[in-house]
Design a binder for this molecule. Structure first.
Ligand code: UDP
Length: 243
């Protein structure tokens, strides 16, 4: 199927959010380069359709602020460490994508000019228009937030049509599908239901920010090869979170 006739053509610009843990493979910690490559390939396949792509990658495979503060670290310092972890993941993804010939920019919410571009909204928009994948690093740049909130924030700022949240399971369930055989997957679910039932799609501030700006969230499995491209074409299983 040609890129033009592919149904994904209805999406012009999307944001893909993945957790840091998605990059660690079966290792339990850190980065697993073959896994990073695999996800980069998924991103490339969608970029090849002409879709403009923003990415936000978490840092939980390296460091989480809450875990640090639970062990006695000062919370804001621990959160900055978490934000720095996301920069490492962003650089790993950049390296994998560029190795496949996909042009990218890592754009950091915390200035580190030797490593990544600073976040300047209009400049980021220009990169997208030039079909560069923009990998937004360092979260929102503020402690007490998560990269889910950063993803929603950037999706709003970049006028993405939807947030694609790649996870280990193929959508949002009423209970943990790994633990419960009778867990049911929602085809669609409202932001308010996600919040009321604490369905664990994203943290509450991210969901509220998506709701207040009417930004759909599509939860799908990243483990399914070709899954991201398929979901963009309306295939496969996923959950749509909307108003
Ligand atoms: N973080 C933060 N502000 C942000 C985004 C992230 O302080 O805007 C810190 C926070 O400590 C968090 C860590 O970075 O625990 C890693 O991000 P996150 O937990 O969202 O990663 P994920 O769970 O998606 O891998």
């Amino acid at each position: 199927m040609s890129a033009e006739s592919h149904p994904a053509a209805k999406y012009k610009r999307v944001l893909l959010k993945i957790s840091g843990e998605a990059l660690m493979g079966d290792q339990g910690y850190g980065l697993h380069p073959p896994t990073v490559e695999r996800i980069a390939q998924e991103v490339k396949s969608v970029r090849d359709l002409g879709v403009e792509i923003c990415m936000v990658i978490g840092g939980g495979n390296i460091f989480r602020g809450l875990a640090g503060s639970a062990q006695g670290m000062e919370r804001t310092t621990a959160d900055y460490m978490g934000m720095l972890a996301t920069v490492m993941n962003a650089l790993a993804m950049q390296s994998a994508l560029e190795g496949m010939g996909v042009f990218t920019r890592v754009i950091s919410a915390i200035r580190m000019d030797e490593v990544a571009e600073p976040y300047i909204r209009r400049r980021a928009v220009r990169h997208l228009e030039k079909k560069r994948v923009c990998i937004f690093a360092a979260g929102t740049g503020n402690p007490y937030f998560t990269t889910d909130t950063a993803a929603t924030l950037r999706a709003n700022e970049m006028a993405c049509e939807a947030i694609f949240k790649g996870t280990k399971v193929d959508g949002v369930y009423d209970k943990d599908p790994v633990k419960f055989d009778d867990a049911k997957r929602y085809d669609t679910v409202s932001y308010d239901e996600v919040l009321q039932k604490n369905l664990g799609v994203m943290d509450a501030s991210a969901i509220a920010l998506a709701r207040d700006n009417n930004k759909p969230i599509i939860v799908f499995s990243l483990d399914e090869p070709g899954g991201f491209r398929g979901i963009l074409a309306g295939e496969g299983t996923y959950t749509l979170v909307q108003g």
